[in-house]
Design a protein around this ligand. Structure first.
Ligand code: PEP
Ligand code: MN
Length: 353
């Protein structure tokens, strides 16, 4: 990809780049009050949603153009840069008219190539940084596709925002982090900055600090965090917003570890990890060989491949055992489910031979 550094005027180039502000621009007073508090605490880029995509009708869908002069006022009074979400050509035109400094494409929009292409076409010949949130579904290619559409339209100051992936089964997080996806994005496009949005991953404010630290430990470049002067009364995403003071506390407590200090110890430990990985692969192969023998037996005795009770028993037992060894339940479940599904695939090959 043909990329240039994000480089935002007046913003020091250091990790993390911080973008903060309310989910939505609700009123002029709310915008100005929040912006001033954030600016006083050192935040340089102010975010606020002008157009809000809502899952169901009837929620607050943003003030639209009416709120754009408030963003100009923020620039004038605090010197902060402004950022907002765009989803259509019209949004882009309006945002540019009101000197918004940075645009982002929301998760629902990234999932729609027509919408992304429309935005890209509107931005041809415009030099503005654009951040692209991951699509709501865990589809790395779709995310990369959206980045390419913007890049082919000439946008070189591009970045990605990791905001988690929606799932039917909502547990701890509003959107599952699935960290391996942004990590793979980084492996594929190393020069692309990646910013974490802990607010939309968490869905609740008490998880934000931990997610910020995790993102820093995974070498993310920045954080985009929802902050509101009166979070409990926010018109959208109330439970995940923090006050500007809490935001400062979270940021001040972050430990920023720098990259690639390959000490002797570390390379020794890495050798051990390599060995363990090789052993793991061999053990898995051995398990598959036994599984194939079972497949042969099932074939000879006309038995079905999937025996649900046995499957439930295996997963349940292994997860319990693994948890006793301090591994996470979700991790263990996904490992054993993956192993089991590969076993089934191997047995199918035998039965259908
Ligand atoms: C937002 O940033 O307020 C937003 C709507 O986010 P997402 O597109 O990640 O849901
Ligand atoms: Mn929001």
């Amino acid at each position: 990809m043909d990329l240039e550094k994000l480089q935002l005027t007046g913003v020091e180039e250091k990790r993390p780049l911080v973008i903060a502000g309310p989910c939505s621009a609700e009123t002029e007073d709310q915008v100005m009050e929040t912006a001033k508090e954030l600016s006083k605490n050192g935040v340089k880029v102010f975010r606020a949603g002008i157009w809000k995509p809502r899952t169901k009708p009837g929620g607050f869908e943003g003030n639209g153009v009416v709120a754009l002069p408030w963003m100009q006022q923020v620039k004038k009074e605090t010197g902060m840069l402004t950022a907002t979400e765009v989803a259509t050509a019209k949004h882009v035109e309006e945002a540019l008219k009101y000197d918004i400094d940075l645009l982002w494409i929301g998760a629902r929009t990234t999932a729609d190539p027509f919408a992304v292409q429309e935005i890209a076409d509107t931005l041809k010949g415009v030099d503005i940084p654009v951040l692209i949130k991951n699509p709501v579904n865990p589809d790395l290619e779709l995310w990369i596709g959206a980045l390419q559409r913007l890049n082919f339209a000439g946008i070189k100051r591009l970045g990605a925002i990791h905001r988690g992936f929606s799932s039917y089964d909502k547990k701890l997080y509003r959107n599952l982090p699935q960290w391996h996806i942004p990590i793979e994005l980084h492996r594929r496009i190393p020069e692309l900055p990646i910013i974490c949005d802990p607010s939309h991953i968490a869905g609740r404010r008490d998880l934000i600090a931990t997610l910020c630290q995790q993102a820093m430990d995974l070498q993310f470049d920045g954080l985009i965090i929802e902050s509101h002067s009166d979070p409990d009364h926010a018109w959208s995403d109330a439970s995940q917003q923090v006050t500007p003071d809490v935001l400062s506390l979270i940021l001040n407590n972050l430990v920023i570890r720098e990259t690639s200090q390959t000490t002797e110890n570390l390379s020794e430990l890495r050798k051990q990890i390599d060995e363990i990985d090789i052993n793991l692969t061999e053990i898995l192969a051995k398990r598959m060989r036994i599984s194939k023998e079972i497949g042969i037996y099932k074939k000879e005795h006309d038995m079905p491949i999937l025996q649900t009770s046995r499957y439930d028993e295996i997963i349940h037992k292994r997860v319990q055992e693994g948890m006793a060894m301090e591994m996470g339940e979700e991790f263990l479940k996904s490992i054993f489910e993956a192993i089991h599904s590969e076993s089934v695939r191997q047995q199918m090959m035998i039965i259908n031979k």
